[in-house]
Design a protein around this ligand. Structure first.
Ligand code: S3P
Length: 426
C-alpha cells in the first residue's frame, strides 16, 4: 500500500460504530495487566502495529496471553527478564511507558523501535528516572533508543515536569508504584489521564489535585482490569473533520471515549462553527459515548491552551482551518516537532502543496483559510499526516503516498472512508 488517490465527496449521512479502538488505552491495558494479581480481560483491544508490539513485549516479559480473537486475557506472575530485544515499533507511548515499568523490574532489558522512533527524544523519561536511581542508558547519554535498562531500587520523588506529557507522567507514575515512599508528580498543564484512571480502578493509591498527582507505592499487586476499550477520539476526529468540511454532511461516531482530556479537538471544531453534540452512554474508568457532527460553514480560531489535549488532532484540525473563513493560529505547540514526524513542517509543507497560505513559527503555524487544491502529498511515514491529507482530498481530490504507517493506529480507515468516497489504492 504505497499510494492512494482520493476523489472529492458529496454530502453523506453516516453512523459509524467501528472506529479503531483507543491506542493509549490499549497500550496501557496490556502493560498494566502485568501489575495485577489474577487475569485481566481486555476486549476491543486495538489490533494495530503499535499496540500489538506492546502486547508482544508483555508476552516477552513473561505474561501469559490468551487471545480468542475477541477478548485478550493477560496474567502475569511478575516481570521476567527477556532474551529478546523489546521492539516498540513506531510507538513513543510504548517506549516511554515501558521505561517507567521496567526501571524497577528485576533484570536487564533492551528497548528499540523503528527508524522514526529511534530519532525521537527519550531523555524526557530517562533523565527523571535516572534521578530517582533507575539505570537507563542509550545513545547520546540516554536520549535515543536503543535503550538499555537494568532494574534498580527507586527513590521516592517530588518531580515538577516542564512539559505537559502523559507519556512522561505515566512513566513516572509506573516508577512511583515501586518507589520507596510516597511520590508527587506535577505538570504544567493537565495531560491525558488514562493512566491515573485505570490504575485507580485497579486499586492503586493515586490522588489528583489539580496539576499534582500523588502516588503511594503498591503494597501488593493490583486487581485485574476488566475493560472494553472505547473507540479512539483521535481516529474518530478524521471523520469529524471530513463531515465539517463537506456541505450538508452529518455523522454519528459511536462508542468513543469522552474523557475531557481527549475531546478538546472536537471542542475546537465546535468553536469553528461545526454543530457537535455528545451523548454519554457508559462509564467504565472514563465516560464513553457518541459524538454527532453536522456540517456548518467554518470560521477561523486561535488554538493556544490545553495543547496536550488535542496535540494528536492538530494535523486534521489544520485541514478544517484551511477550509475556514479567516486566519487560524496554532501556538504553544512545539511538541508537534517531536511526534512521529516534525508535524509543524509536514503540515506546513502539505498545506502549501495544496495551495494554502501558511506561516510557520517555532511553536506552531498560521493557516489562511482558502480553497484547497488537489496535490501530491507524502506522509513522511506519519499516520496522522497521511490520514489528514486523505481527508483533505474529500474536498478537492488528493494523492497521498507512504501509507503503511496508517497500520500503526487505524486498520479499517480505508474501509470507513469508502463509505464516503471513491478511493484507489495501489
Ligand atoms: C500519548 C500521549 C501523547 C500523545 C501520544 C499518546 C499517551 O504524547 O501525543 O500519541 O498515550 O500517553 P505526549 O504525552 O508525549 O504528549
Amino acid at each position: 500500500m504505497s499510494r492512494v488517490v482520493v476523489k472529492p465527496c458529496s454530502e453523506f449521512s453516516l453512523t459509524i460504530d467501528s472506529i479503531a479502538p483507543d491506542k493509549s488505552i490499549s497500550h496501557r491495558s496490556a502493560m498494566f495487566s502485568m501489575l495485577a494479581c489474577g487475569t485481566s480481560e481486555i476486549s476491543n483491544f486495538l489490533r494495530a502495529e503499535d499496540t500489538l508490539n506492546s502486547l508482544e513485549i508483555v508476552k516477552n516479559l513473561g505474561a501469559k496471553v490468551e487471545d480468542d480473537g475477541i477478548t485478550i486475557k493477560i496474567s502475569s506472575d511478575g516481570i521476567k527478564e527477556s532474551s529478546e530485544i523489546l521492539d516498540c515499533g513506531n510507538s513513543g507511548t510504548g517506549m516511554r511507558l515501558f521505561c517507567g515499568l521496567l526501571s524497577s523490574a528485576n533484570g536487564h532489558f533492551i528497548l528499540t523501535g523503528d527508524e522514526y522512533l529511534r530519532r525521537r527524544p527519550m531523555k524526557r523519561v530517562t533523565a527523571p528516572l535516572r534521578d530517582i536511581g533507575a539505570k537507563l542508558d542509550g545513545r547520546e547519554d540516554g536520549d535515543f533508543a536503543p535503550l538499555s535498562i537494568r532494574g534498580a531500587s527507586l527513590k521516592a520523588f517530588d518531580y515538577e515536569s516542564k512539559i505537559a506529557s502523559a507519556q512522561v507522567k505515566s512513566a513516572m507514575i509506573l516508577a512511583a508504584l515501586r518507589a520507596d515512599g510516597v511520590c508527587t508528580y506535577t505538570e504544567p498543564e493537565l495531560s491525558r489521564d488514562h493512566t491515573e484512571r485505570m490504575l485507580k480502578g485497579m486499586g492503586a493509591e493515586i490522588s489528583v489535585d489539580g496539576l499534582k498527582t500523588t502516588i503511594t507505592p503498591m503494597k501488593e499487586l493490583l486487581s485485574p482490569l476488566t475493560i472494553r476499550v472505547p473507540a479512539d477520539p483521535s481516529s474518530a476526529f478524521f471523520f469529524a473533520v471530513a463531515t465539517a468540511i463537506t456541505p450538508d454532511a452529518s455523522i454519528v461516531l459511536e462508542g468513543v471515549t469522552l474523557n475531557p482530556t481527549r475531546i478538546e479537538a472536537f471542542k475546537a471544531l465546535e468553536r469553528m462553527g461545526a454543530d457537535i453534540s455528545y451523548e454519554i452512554t457508559d462509564n467504565r474508568y472514563e465516560p464513553i459515548g457518541n459524538i454527532s457532527v453536522k456540517y456548518a460553514p467554518l470560521k477561523s480560531i486561535v488554538v493556544e491552551d490545553n495543547i496536550s489535549w488535542l496535540i494528536d488532532e492538530l494535523p486534521a484540525l489544520s485541514i478544517a482551518m484551511a477550509c475556514a473563513n479567516g486566519e487560524s493560529l496554532i501556538k504553544n505547540a512545539e511538541e508537534l516537532r517531536v511526534k512521529e514526524s516534525d508535524r509543524i513542517s509536514t503540515v506546513v509543507e502539505g498545506l502549501r502543496a495544496c495551495s494554502i497560505e501558511v506561516h510557520e513559527y517555532k511553536d506552531g503555524y498560521k493557516v489562511v483559510g482558502g480553497e484547497l487544491k488537489s496535490a501530491i502529498v507524502d506522509s513522511d511515514g506519519d499516520h496522522r499526516i497521511a490520514m489528514s491529507f486523505i481527508i483533505a482530498g474529500l474536498r478537492c481530490g488528493m494523492e497521498v503516498s507512504d501509507l503503511d504507517c496508517i497500520n500503526t493506529s487505524f486498520l479499517n480507515f480505508f474501509e470507513l472512508l469508502q463509505k464516503i468516497t471513491k478511493v484507489e489504492i495501489s
